[in-house]
Design a binder for this molecule. Structure first.
Ligand code: UDP
Length: 256
């Protein structure tokens, strides 16, 4: 398999939703940027799969996204049930890797941060500006703006044409927003990063590495935000359905 941007990545369907398989997602993305090809990235987890199973609009967005990465442990386990080995690549790690690449002098890609509470997005952007002084941040906007500010934001995106647009509105709001506005800046990487700004700003903690290694980051998030427990009900449902699909379903690797 080649991960060149001019070739299509292989995809595997989990409960009807695609996940793209690659050895180096960031190189694939940067190659596309250099060719002026924009990318809508969806970072896939078990919760999104379950939501998409009863939300045709979300399923359609995922189905037409240029890149769907394996963000959650549930996705990795479901792939493994079918004998497909793919390391997990959390959306927050992909976001960080893209920012580090963007700040490299040979790239100098402009970046826009959108989403989260006002002080959160400011602190998240500030963290990266301090850590990566060369990072070219061309826009910072929080995720609770009114329609007039929304119009201004879209105008700003259209005029500045950032190369990387990080959208932290939560799922599926961020996926819908990217789908609706992608055409304004069609050569950029647009990626929904969920709660990443909360972590980068220091207002929430990421699970320690040993918990991530145990595939229990989702449990750590519930412990930190007990209000997420209802959303977590999707996880056992996903596990049962994934096993049922393994036993009774038909699966095969296919190009996108
Ligand atoms: N958020 C936002 N605008 C909204 C609703 C949510 O900017 O109208 C932000 C919220 O402040 C948080 C992020 O979206 O920073 C959602 O994070 P979550 O961890 O819930 O992401 P998910 O797991 O849904 O991808």
């Amino acid at each position: 398999m080649s991960d060149r941007p001019d070739t299509l990545l292989r995809q595997f369907k989990i409960l009807g939703q695609p996940v793209h398989l690659a050895t180096d997602y960031t190189s694939w993305l940067i190659d596309r940027l250099q060719q002026g090809i924009g990318t809508h990235v969806v970072t896939m987890n078990a919760e999104i799969v379950i939501q998409a199973s009863h939300d045709p609009e979300l399923a359609n967005i995922i189905g037409t996204a240029d890149l769907v990465t394996p963000d959650g442990s549930g996705i990795i386990m479901a792939l493994r049930l079918h004998g497909v080995e793919q390391p997990r690549y959390a959306g927050i790690d992909l976001g960080e890797d893209l920012l580090r690449l963007a700040a490299q002098p040979e790239h100098n890609y402009s970046v826009l941060f959108y989403g989260g509470k006002p002080e959160i997005v400011d602190r998240a952007a500030q963290k990266w500006q301090t850590e990566l002084p060369n990072l070219n941040i061309v826009g910072i906007e929080h995720g609770y703006i009114d329609s007039q500010q929304q119009t201004q934001l879209l105008h700003q995106i259209q005029t500045t044409q950032p190369k990387i647009i990080l959208v932290a509105l939560g799922m599926p709001r961020q996926e819908i927003w990217i789908r609706d506005n992608f055409h304004l800046c069609p050569q950029a990487i647009w990626i929904g990063v969920g709660g990443s700004f909360d972590v980068w700003s220091g207002s929430k903690n990421r699970a320690p590495q040993y918990i991530r290694n145990l595939d229990l980051e989702w449990m750590y998030r519930i412990a930190q935000e007990p209000s997420r427990w209802r959303r977590a009900l999707a996880l056992p449902k996903f596990a049962l359905l994934a096993v049922a699909e393994r036993i009774w379903g038909k699966q095969k690797l296919a190009p996108k």
